[in-house]
Design a protein around this ligand. Structure first.
Ligand SMILES: Cc1cc2nc3c(=O)[nH]c(=O)nc-3n(C[C@H](O)[C@H](O)[C@H](O)COP(=O)(O)OP(=O)(O)OC[C@H]3O[C@@H](n4cnc5c(N)ncnc54)[C@H](O)[C@@H]3O)c2cc1C
Length: 391
């Protein structure tokens, strides 16, 4: 049984604790993790299950324009990650893939896509990265040229989660209003648009649908552009401000599961005439794991709460993602070590967690990118203070 005392923290409202309790019970009943060879089929099924049970409604903004509830998204990701990493992935991608529409879409775009995303009838994807533009998003080359009431898209995208199974992609392309980040726009590209192709699938250590995309003279109606022309970078970053914090929450879920597994194992593994949990060296490790998890949870739910207050969270979201993903990696590694040989047996929970956590330190901004963001915000604030003093 996982520690739930954090639900009493002042970041939450009573509805959040209720949400977590109901989802935890549902997940235990419906989505226990087991190895599935066909990851596409597993993802499609999980999206449907999450949609049918109503959980995906939390991944999008409400029909009446209610704001995204960042704390609810984080609690859901944490809980799903604790039960089943692929279910967390399916939920997260419905949110990330449609997030730009939730935050910046026109009423017509919201109506056309969000209800289907929430019911699990349309699978969403977020297509930002390119072979030469990963951490350096502004180096993006995929181009969109306006031609009457359409844009013509040409270029390549890579590392696109849900690539191959998504029904639509929120895709970022260079429209060239200004150089660099100020000349990018966001588009909704339906998967069946002529000129849009899945160029290849990518296999990774924790399997999930992932692909390379190619666009060749792909004509997209101008009405499918999200936000103003040239504002795509801002659209992408504001979406990431929500979902970056939720990556931290998923990492927390993985870490909590690892600690639960470690506690259960060390309390029943006998050696040298006592239990593994009786050794002080084990206890020191368990204490460090639990403390790291709480520190990461405090940063994560501070960022989520602050965003729900309508405040900027660029620095807080970066701190949360950096700390939660790095801590989770350490916690999971420590748990695996406590399992000895059993820890590296395929599809054992700790072995799976060990593979699942790794990519979280890379995507939606690698750890080093989060460090740059935090430092940039710190220096900017210090500069502003200096200027104010001089005046
Ligand atoms: C499993 C997975 C799923 C993904 N899903 C999506 C998706 O759905 N949509 C999407 O658009 N993208 C997705 N990505 C792409 C992801 O966002 C990029 O991989 C990430 O931004 C890093 O880009 P890159 O791989 O090109 O690495 P690079 O940009 O080449 O960076 C390599 C490494 O350099 C280091 N680094 C970066 N900047 C600095 C710096 N300033 N100083 C020092 N070191 C630095 C970091 O350690 C980084 O990991 C996914 C990636 C993975 C692995």
């Amino acid at each position: 049984m996982s520690d739930k005392t954090y639900l009493e923290w002042p970041f939450f409202e009573p509805r959040h604790a209720l949400l977590e309790r109901e989802l935890d019970a549902w997940a235990a009943q419906n989505i226990a993790q087991h190895h599935e060879a066909d990851v596409d089929a597993a993802c499609r099924r999980l999206v449907r299950q999450l949609g049918d049970a109503g959980w995906l409604r939390h991944a999008i903004a409400g029909a009446a324009g209610e704001n995204i509830d960042t704390r609810a998204i984080c609690l859901i990701r944490e809980t799903l990650a604790r039960h089943n990493g692929l279910a967390d992935f399916a939920f997260a991608m419905q949110g990330l893939g449609s997030g730009a529409i939730s935050l910046h879409g026109t009423p017509a775009q919201r109506q056309a896509y969000l209800p289907r995303v929430a019911r699990g009838e349309a699978i969403a994807a977020f297509a930002l990265s390119e072979p030469q533009a990963g951490s350096d998003v502004a180096a993006m080359q995929c181009a969109a040229v306006q031609d009457g009431d359409h844009y013509v898209l040409n270029g390549e995208k890579t590392w696109i989660s849900n690539g191959g199974i998504a029904d639509f992609y929120v895709l970022f392309a260079r429209t060239g209003e200004q150089p660099g980040a100020r000349g990018i726009s966001a588009f909704i590209v339906d998967a069946d648009t002529p000129g849009f192709e899945i160029a290849g699938r990518i296999q990774v250590i924790a399997p999930h649908p992932l692909a390379r995309l190619v666009l060749r003279d792909c004509r997209v109606p101008a009405a499918q552009r999200i936000g103003a022309a040239g504002q795509g970078f801002k659209v992408a970053m504001s979406t990431l401000d929500v979902f970056r914090t939720s990556v931290a929450a998923a990492a927390l879920g993985f870490a909590r599961r690892a600690l639960d597994e470690a506690l259960a194992h060390t309390m029943q593994r006998k050696m040298f005439g006592q239990m593994l949990a009786d050794f002080q060296m084990t206890q020191a490790k368990l204490a460090q794991m639990a403390t790291g998890i709480d520190a990461a949870a405090l940063l994560t739910y501070r960022a989520a709460w602050q965003r729900d207050q309508g405040r900027n969270v660029t620095r807080e979201a970066a701190m949360a993602k950096l700390t939660a993903t790095e801590t989770a990696q350490q916690v999971i590694d420590a748990a695996l070590q406590m399992f000895g040989g059993l820890g590296v047996v395929s599809e054992q929970p700790v072995e799976r967690l060990y593979r699942e956590i790794r990519a979280l330190r890379i995507y939606e901004g690698a750890t080093e990118v989060q460090q740059l963001i935090i430092a940039r915000e710190l220096l900017r604030a210090a500069n502003t203070q200096e200027h104010t003093k001089e005046q």
